[in-house]
Design a protein around this ligand. Structure first.
Ligand code: C2E
Ligand code: MG
Ligand code: MG
Length: 684
C-alpha cells in the first residue's frame, strides 16, 4: 500500500491494496504513530470528516481526536505495540460536530516505516440509543409512578419497583397475570368497556380508577394507558402508568370541607348554604311545594363574648349549632353564615303549622341555659322567616326577606319569630294565640256542639250533623275549619272528638225520646282519629254510656282522610260497620278519588261537597258531576246527601235527580240543641 496509488514503482499487490484502501466504504486512515500526522485517508474518510484528502494529509490526528495530545500519543503507542486494537474515541468533524467512533487500529509496514492503519466506525447512534435506554431504565426503576407493561393479550410482562410499592405485589406475583387482579369492583363494567374502546380507537386512555392493594385496601389512582404498536400498526404492548392519589383526594376533600363548612361549628357555611338553598328551591318548584328559610340571630351574643371571653363565645356557638341541628328534620339544612347568624332551610313545608312549630321549638331550645366551663350562660334567638315561592323567587331576595323579618323579630323584643309579610305575621300571631287558648278549651268548657238538620225528599228532618262551635269569650266564634286542624297538630283532637261524640249521642237520645221515633246524628271524625286504635274504644264506650242505638250514629270521614291512610282505615271502618254504626264520606268530590276506588271502603252514605251544589242548576260542569255522582252512588247502594243546599232551585234539581237527603241553609243553619228542638217540633 502506498501513499500514492499512481506510484510507478509499486508492486501489483500494493496497487491492489492501495485501490481497495481508496475505494473502501469504511473510513480508513494511515497515521504516523511517531507524531500523529495523517499519512493517508480514503474517500470515505473525506466524506465522513468533511475535509478533502489534501487537507487531511496536512492535519494531525489531534485536530480530530478530542483527547489531549499526551493521551493520543499514549493510545497510539499501545496500538503500535499491539497492546490494544479497538478504541472508543470522539472525533470532531470539519463542521464542528463531535461523533462517537470505534477505531480498529494496528501497525503496518509501509515503505519501510511503521504507520497505524485505522478503520473508523461511526457509532454515535448506537451510543445515543444506549444512553436513552439507560435513562429510560433509570426512570422506570426510580419513578414514584407505578408502571405496568403488558403484552398484546394484556398479560403483565414487566412492572417497576413503584408498582410493587403501591400495590404490595412483588414482580414475580404479577408477571403473566392480567392487570385486573388489582380490580376493586368499584368501577362498573361499562367503565372498563369505555376504557378499552378508547384504547382501541385512539390508542390511549386516562382517568381516575379505584384499585385494590394486595392487603385488600382500596385506593384511587390516576391512570394513563398507551398502546405501543409496531410498524404495521399492530398493538405489541400496553404501558400503564399510575399514581396513588389517595393523598391528593384527601387534600381535595380537606379543601372542599374548608371551602364549604364552618370550622368552629362544622355546619355548612355561606357557600354550601347557597347551594343547598338553590337545590331546595328547585325541588320545591318541581314538586309544586313550599319551603321556608329561617334566619336565626342570637340575642345578647356580643355581651357573652365581651364579658366571658371569646373562648366561651365560641363554645356557645358550637352548642347552639348542635341544638339547631337536633330540632330540624334530617333533610333540612342548618348553616352558619357569620358570627352569631345561622340559617335554617326547611324543605317540603306542608303548611304554616310546620314552620311555626319548628320556629317555636327552636326559640325554646336556644333559650334554655348553657353550661359552659362552669358558667351558666343564657341567650335567645330572634328568628325571621320567609317562604318560597310566596315571598320571592331568587336566593338574594329570600335572604333579604328573611333578614328583614329577623330585624322585626328583634324589634318585637327578641326571643320571637316573625314572618316576612305582615299578613303572615298576623296569621301566625293568631295561630299562636289559638294554640294557647285551645290547650285550655276543654278545662274551661268553652266548646259547644250545634246541629244542622238533615231532611228527606219530603222536607222532613230525619237527622242532624253535629258541628263543633267555639264561642270564644274575647275573640268571638272561632270557626272549626280554623281550630280543628290545629287541635290535630297539637294532639288535642282525640279528647275533643270524644267529647263531641259523647255530647252528640246524649243529645240524640233526648231527641229520639222527644220525637218518639228514631233520629240519627252524624259526627265528623278527623284523619288522626280514624288512624287511631282508640277510635274503636271511644265509639264503644260512647254508645254504651249514652244508650244510643248504634244505627242512630253515623261517622263522617272526609274523602281526603280516607285517601291518606287506606289499609289501616279500611280495617278500622269495617269494625265500625260491624257494630251497626253508619259511615259517610264527607266533602265528596274534593279528594279526586273515584267511586270505584271507594268501593273497598265499607261506607253507606256519600255527601256531595257544597262546592258542587253551589253551581246548580246552571253550571254545566256541576250539573254533569252531580248527576253522575247520584247515579253511581245509587248503583253502589249508597245513600246520597247534598251539602250546602241554599235555594229552592237547587233543591228541585236534586229532587228530580233522586237525591236522598238534603242539608243546608235552605232548611236550617247549624243550631244549638234547644233551637234544634224548637225547629223539629215546629216542623212536625
Ligand atoms: P263539614 O263536615 O262539611 O260541615 C259542613 C259545613 O258546611 C259546616 O261548616 C256548615 O256550617 C256548613 N254549611 C252547611 N250548610 C251550608 C250552606 O247552605 N251554605 C254554606 N255556606 N255553608 C253551609 P262548619 O260548621 O263551619 O264546619 C266546617 C268543617 O269543620 C266541617 O265541614 C267539618 O269538616 C269540620 N268540623 C266541624 N265539627 C267537627 C268535629 O267535631 N270534628 C271534626 N273532625 N271536624 C269538624
Ligand atoms: Mg261533615
Ligand atoms: Mg262536608
Amino acid at each position: 500500500m502506498g501513499t500514492d496509488s499512481n506510484n510507478p514503482s509499486a508492486s501489483e499487490g500494493e496497487l491492489f491494496y492501495s485501490q481497495m484502501f481508496a475505494a473502501n466504504r469504511a473510513v480508513e486512515m494511515l497515521i504516523d504513530p511517531a507524531d500523529g500526522r495523517i499519512v493517508d485517508a480514503n474517500r470515505a474518510a473525506e466524506r465522513f470528516y468533511g475535509y478533502t484528502r489534501e487537507q487531511l494529509l496536512q492535519m494531525n490526528i489531534s485536530a480530530i481526536n478530542t483527547l489531549s495530545a499526551d493521551q493520543i500519543a499514549n493510545e497510539m503507542a499501545r496500538a503500535r505495540e499491539l497492546e490494544r486494537d479497538c478504541f472508543h474515541f470522539r472525533h470532531r468533524l470539519a463542521n464542528g460536530q463531535i461523533r462517537d467512533v470505534e477505531v480498529h487500529s494496528g501497525p503496518l509496514e509501509v515503505d519501510g516505516r511503521t504507520v497505524l492503519y485505522s478503520i473508523v466506525h461511526d457509532i454515535s447512534e448506537r451510543v445515543q440509543a444506549e444512553q436513552e435506554l439507560r435513562i429510560a431504565e433509570t426512570f422506570f426503576n426510580t419513578t414514584s409512578e407505578a408502571i405496568t407493561v403488558t403484552d398484546a393479550q394484556n398479560r403483565i410482562i414487566r412492572v417497576n419497583p413503584a408498582f410493587c410499592q403501591i400495590t404490595g405485589y412483588s414482580a414475580e406475583e404479577v408477571i403473566g397475570q392480567n392487570p385486573n387482579l388489582l380490580s376493586s369492583g368499584r368501577n362498573s363494567a361499562a367503565f372498563y368497556r369505555e376504557m378499552w374502546r378508547s384504547l382501541q380507537r385512539v390508542g390511549r386512555w386516562q382517568g381516575e380508577i379505584w384499585n385494590r392493594r394486595k392487603n385488600g385496601e382500596l385506593f384511587p389512582e390516576w391512570l394513563s394507558i398507551v398502546a405501543i404498536r409496531d410498524a404495521q400498526g399492530q398493538v405489541q404492548q400496553y404501558m400503564a402508568i399510575f399514581s396513588d392519589i389517595t393523598k391528593r383526594k384527601q387534600d381535595e376533600e380537606k379543601i372542599w370541607l374548608q371551602a364549604n363548612y364552618d370550622s368552629l361549628t362544622h355546619l355548612p357555611n355561606r357557600n354550601l348554604f347557597k347551594d343547598r338553598l338553590l337545590q331546595t328551591m328547585e325541588s320545591a318548584k318541581r314538586g309544586g311545594q313550599r319551603m321556608a328559610l329561617l334566619f336565626v340571630d342570637l340575642d345578647r351574643f356580643k355581651w357573652v363574648n365581651d364579658t366571658l371571653g371569646h373562648a366561651v363565645g365560641d363554645m356557645l356557638l358550637y352548642e347552639v349549632a348542635g341544638r339547631l341541628q337536633n330540632i330540624v328534620r334530617r333533610n333540612d339544612t342548618v348553616a352558619r353564615l357569620s358570627g352569631d347568624e345561622f340559617t335554617v332551610i326547611l324543605g317540603e313545608v306542608r303548611d304554616h303549622y310546620d314552620v311555626d312549630r319548628i320556629a317555636e321549638k327552636l326559640i325554646q331550645h336556644i333559650a334554655e341555659p348553657y353550661n359552659l366551663e362552669g358558667h351558666q350562660v343564657f341567650t335567645s334567638a330572634s328568628v325571621g322567616i320567609t317562604l318560597y315561592p310566596n315571598d320571592g323567587d331568587g336566593i338574594e331576595q329570600l335572604l333579604r326577606n328573611a333578614d328583614a323579618a329577623m330585624y322585626s323579630a328583634k324589634e318585637a323584643g327578641r326571643n320571637v319569630f316573625r314572618y316576612f309579610t305582615q299578613q303572615m305575621n298576623e296569621e301566625a300571631q293568631r295561630r299562636l294565640m289559638l294554640e294557647a287558648e285551645l290547650r285550655q278549651v276543654m278545662a274551661r268548657g268553652e266548646l259547644e256542639v250545634w246541629y244542622q238538620p238533615i231532611v228527606d225528599a219530603a222536607g222532613v228532618a230525619c237527622g242532624a250533623e253535629a258541628l263543633l262551635r267555639w264561642p270564644h269569650p274575647q275573640h268571638g266564634f272561632i270557626p272549626p275549619d280554623e281550630f280543628v286542624h290545629l287541635a290535630e297538630e297539637i294532639g288535642l283532637i282525640t279528647e275533643i272528638e270524644r267529647w263531641v261524640m259523647l255530647t252528640a249521642c246524649h243529645d240524640t237520645v233526648g231527641l229520639c225520646e222527644m220525637l218518639g221515633e228514631d233520629f240519627f246524628v252524624t259526627v265528623n271524625i278527623s284523619s288522626v282519629q280514624c288512624k287511631s286504635d282508640q277510635c274503636w274504644d271511644v265509639l264503644g264506650s260512647v254508645l254504651e254510656k249514652s244508650g244510643l242505638p248504634a244505627h242512630c250514629l253515623k261517622l263522617e270521614i272526609t274523602e281526603r282522610a280516607m285517601m291518606e291512610n287506606t289499609t289501616q282505615v279500611i280495617e278500622l271502618l269495617k269494625g265500625v260497620r260491624e257494630i251497626g254504626v253508619g259511615l259517610a264520606i264527607d266533602d265528596f268530590g274534593t279528594g279526586y278519588s273515584s267511586l270505584s276506588y271507594l268501593k273497598q271502603f265499607p261506607i253507606n252514605v256519600l255527601k256531595i261537597d257544597r262546592s258542587f251544589v253551589d253551581g246548580l242548576p246552571d253550571d254545566g260542569d256541576d250539573v254533569a258531576l252531580v248527576e253522575a255522582i247520584i247515579l253511581m252512588s245509587h248503583s253502589l247502594k249508597l245513600q246520597v246527601v247534598a251539602e250546602g243546599v241554599e235555594t229552592e232551585a237547587q233543591q228541585q234539581f236534586l229532587r228530580e235527580r233522586g237525591c236522598d237527603l238534603y242539608q243546608g241553609y235552605y232548611y236550617a243553619k247549624p243550631l244549638p240543641l234547644e233551637q234544634l228542638k224548637a225547629y223539629l217540633t215546629d216542623k212536625d
